[in-house]
Write a protein that binds this ligand. Structure first.
Ligand code: PEP
Length: 252
């Protein structure tokens, strides 16, 4: 059964006081939420413990990245096992900022997914095309290749620990959003690609990300293949993030 998920990626933003203020507001306001959405907060790794200590049970916590390796002499890296040890249940993998700013390759993405599995984490694999790729008509092919490269090694029950976030690079942090129809078309194509890889494609949650706000979330989340969102900037404001969580429809 696929889950409805709204995950907030704080990127390199926040402070201990933001954790207290935002997570406390979320704790009290989430109690009335009855649409079954799973809410995930993904703060900078240094604040994971603060979020876990402040969050009540209905909030899951994740990290924004994990190392390709299990442990060892990799100064500055954080392992998937460490994230699991702190109480995280999710990790982002292959966010476009990691791919573009830090040169993360498809091979590293696949290795990180393996590490996430070993640590019992659910991996949110981020995929998406650039504006140039969209304008040249290559968007679906680019995303399909990212899916194949990241997920070709996934088997059997491991699929339960995969979530895919479609985030067109041109929509991240820009205020531009894919139309609900374009996003739906890409999500349907991702589901086909997952099926071709042997996944139980109808059971894999697919999230949309890229300038999702309270006022566009409902249109996106009402699409049949969109199971929630990965939210950047808007996840740093409790009221906005809560409105986005509320925008997930109760039934598919
Ligand atoms: C993101 O960082 O994954 C993201 C979708 O950012 P924003 O919502 O700010 O576009």
């Amino acid at each position: 059964m696929r889950r409805k998920i709204v995950a907030g990626n704080w990127k390199m933003n926040g402070s201990r006081s933001l954790v207290k203020q935002l997570v406390s507001t979320m704790n009290s306001d989430l109690t009335g939420l009855d649409n079954g959405v799973e809410v995930v907060i993904i703060p900078p790794a240094l604040y994971v413990s603060d979020v876990i200590e402040t969050a009540e049970r209905s909030i899951q916590v994740g990290v924004q990245n994990v190392a390709c390796w299990e442990s060892g002499a990799y100064t500055g890296e954080i392992s998937a096992a460490m994230a699991g040890d702190l109480g995280c249940s999710y990790t982002l993998i292959g966010h476009s900022e990691r791919r573009q700013l830090f040169g993360e390759t498809d091979e590293q993405v696949a290795a990180k997914i393996d590490q996430a599995f070993s640590a019992g984490l659910t991996a949110i694999l981020c995929v998406g095309e650039t504006l140039e790729q969209r304008e040249s008509g290559a968007a679906e092919a680019v995303v399909a290749e990212q899916i194949r490269a990241g997920l070709a090694g996934v088997a059997d029950e491991q699929w339960q620990r995969i979530v895919v976030a479609y985030e067109p690079v041109w929509a991240i942090g820009t205020g531009k959003t894919a139309t609900a129809e374009d996003a739906q078309a890409m999500h349907a194509s991702i589901r086909k690609e997952l099926a071709a890889l042997g996944a139980p494609a109808n059971d894999v949650s697919l999230l949309y990300g890229g300038s999702v706000k309270a006022d566009n979330a409902a249109a996106l989340f009402s699409q049949p293949d969109i199971d929630g969102g990965l939210i950047g900037g808007a996840s740093l404001k409790a009221d906005e993030f809560l409105s986005i969580c509320r925008a997930v429809p109760r039934e598919y």
